[in-house]
Design a protein around this ligand. Structure first.
Ligand code: TXA
Ligand code: MG
Length: 381
């Protein structure tokens, strides 16, 4: 059956319609501050199954459960049948409450033991659930009026670039879902940071995202009245994924259809100082990666697109389309623009491939940006 996907404005009619569809067990893509989510009632196993079908998502990849503002503590989440009433220890609870106070509503997903009421399909059979309180007014109105949690992965086909506008959702899922609620462009632009809170209260960052590791450490030190260096935070970087701890964190993800090559940070800026042999090495790498390129897309995280373009075209001897995520080098702005820029380079028909430079350091949101670029560029095996 082909559906026509309705694009709903976030007005009274649109929100009523979205709620009616969700209540009847159907899917609606909703705006969040990170990326658009493909939502369904989290406690309805059949509705959740529709998400996997629409996205062509493998069943081993668990969904994040989104909750209304009112559930602003571990106790409220236990009361609401989200977290387990008897599998969360006191220290774990203290840490969860600290994270909630510091970052909710906002781009942080907390993984902890789940209540039996959450269907197994939502968590891919795991004993834990990832929970997040989105900070987008439209998502919150929908959640508050439903009074129920919503399961929502990013609203893209499995493995593809996450959507940060309603039009991106249509480009990914038109005809596969009944509706998308348009809430404008997502402000954060990369997905939530996912942290597992272990029984001893230590944290494992399963996916870097909208909350930086530095912010996690500082907030926990403040909340727990501890020295920042004493806060235990483990991170799982791209390339070191353990499928038991971080199911679904596949290496080849966020991928454009075009081949994407990751090149050393700062390459474009260094070209003018490179000798001929170095430049020839870069040209050869490009020829191997994209043999018949007539024009290439080039993604940089900072700097003037015009300046990059001039330098690249004269060195490579071929036309280049440059997307700069933040000309002034602000990584918050760069994160906001990341997926739209990748999508633009992917959609531009004249470009044969995409070359991307990561951020030169991995502090703040640069860690999440580089994680997405690495995963997007990993060739499928
Ligand atoms: O910002 C976001 O997190 C967005 C918006 C829509 O909220 N959602 C999102 O969902 O990025 P998705 O499906 O693209 O990513 C969900 C990932 C899974 O792939 C998995 O790695 C992790 O969250 N996850 C979910 N539940 C988990 C659990 N119980 N244990 C470990 N990882 C879990
Ligand atoms: Mg996703």
């Amino acid at each position: 059956m082909t559906l026509k996907t309705e694009k709903l404005f976030s007005d009274a009619y649109g929100i009523d319609r979205a709620i009616a569809l969700l209540k009847s067990g159907q899917l609606v893509a909703i705006p969040t501050e990170t990326v658009y989510g493909l939502a369904a009632l989290a406690l309805d196993a059949n509705a959740a199954a529709e998400i996997f079908a629409a996205k062509e998502r493998p069943a081993f990849d668990p969904l994040i459960v989104h909750v209304p503002r009112a559930w602003h503590s571990c106790a409220e989440l236990i009361e609401a049948d989200i977290f387990s009433p008897n599998k969360i220890g006191p220290h774990q609870q203290l840490v969860i409450d600290s994270l909630i106070r510091a970052f909710w509503p906002g781009p942080l997903t907390i993984v902890a033991p789940k209540s039996d009421k959450i269907p197994d399909i939502v968590t891919s059979g795991l004993g834990t659930v990832g929970v997040r309180m989105p900070d987008h007014p439209v998502a919150q109105v929908v959640l508050q009026r439903l009074g129920q949690p919503l399961a929502a992965p990013s609203a893209n086909r499995f493995g593809r670039i996450s959507p940060t506008t309603a039009d991106h959702v249509i480009a990914e899922l038109d005809g596969r879902i009944p509706a998308v609620l348009d809430g404008g462009r997502c402000d954060v632009g990369v997905e939530s940071t996912i942290v597992a809170v272990e029984s001893n209260g230590s944290l494992t960052v399963l996916r870097p995202g909208g909350v930086s590791v530095e912010a996690l450490r500082a907030a926990l030190a403040y909340e727990l009245k501890s020295n920042a260096d004493a806060i235990q935070i483990q991170t799982i970087a791209a390339g070191h994924v353990n499928s038991i701890q971080a199911p679904g964190m596949l290496e080849n993800h966020y991928a454009p259809r075009k081949p994407m090559l990751l090149i050393a940070a700062g390459t474009s800026a260094r070209l003018s100082k490179m000798d001929a042999a170095n430049i020839e090495g870069i040209k050869n790498a490009l020829r191997r990666f994209c043999p018949d390129a007539l024009k290439v897309g080039y993604l940089v995280t900072s700097g003037s697109p015009a300046v990059h373009k001039r330098g690249l075209e004269s060195a490579l001897g071929l036309p280049v389309h440059v997307e700069s995520l933040s000309p002034k080098g602000d990584m918050i702005e760069a994160a906001r623009n990341l997926f739209a820029a990748m999508r633009k380079l992917d959609d531009e028909e004249t470009l044969s491939c995409i070359i991307a430079e990561p951020c030169p350091n991995e502090t703040g949101l640069a860690f999440a940006i580089n994680d997405r670029l690495k995963r997007a560029a990993t060739p499928s095996s």
